[in-house]
Design a protein around this ligand. Structure first.
Ligand code: NI
Length: 171
């Protein structure tokens, strides 16, 4: 296994819809193992392939932060089937290190995806799980959490990033 480099916004790969995964082979398994290692090391609870520069529709997630093996899951070609309710809470993204801001999301999300063998399954998640699945599925569609913020908040965050870039702290 190896740690992968996490790309920071505004890398173009983060703003581009990713391609569906069609090959469920050894290479996919390797990529996913490395993505899990990279996510745990960051640390984070979700990581999409586009965030390590791979333009494919998949993400890894573990909302327990490595404490509960049952929550370690890979979602390949995810599709949001249904959402319900609302939640508003602080959200972060490994491609925006140090930026945390409230983002409104659905309280519940039912997402369909394929596993590493190509078998379809569904996850019915609430709260953090729903937030994470929606955030990561957005990544697969070339959408970042900045796009989900109000115009004012988005401008504040963009200004903050510009300052960090000028200071050489965001590359
Ligand atoms: Ni993210």
């Amino acid at each position: 296994m190896a740690l992968l480099e996490i790309v920071k916004w505004p890398a173009p790969v983060l703003d581009t819809p990713a391609d569906p995964v069609t090959e469920f082979d050894e290479d996919l398994g390797k990529l996913v193992s490395n993505m899990f290692e990279t996510m745990y090391a960051a640390p984070g609870v979700g990581l999409a392939a586009v965030q390590v520069g791979v333009p494919k529709r998949l993400f890894v997630m573990d909302c327990s932060g490595g404490k509960d093996p049952q929550q370690r899951v890979v979602l390949v070609n995810p599709e949001v089937l249904r959402v319900e309710g609302n939640q508003n809470g602080e959200e972060g993204c490994l491609s925006f290190p140090g930026i945390f801001t409230p983002v409104e999301r659905s309280l519940r999300a039912i997402v369909r995806a394929q596993d590493l063998k190509g078998e379809w399954f569904e996850i019915d998640g609430m709260e953090l799980t729903a937030r994470c699945m929606l955030h990561e599925t957005d990544h697969c569609d070339g959408i970042v959490f900045l796009d989900k913020m109000s115009t004012i908040k988005r401008e504040i965050v963009k200004r903050k990033i510009k300052k960090l870039q000028k200071a050489g702290k965001w590359d």
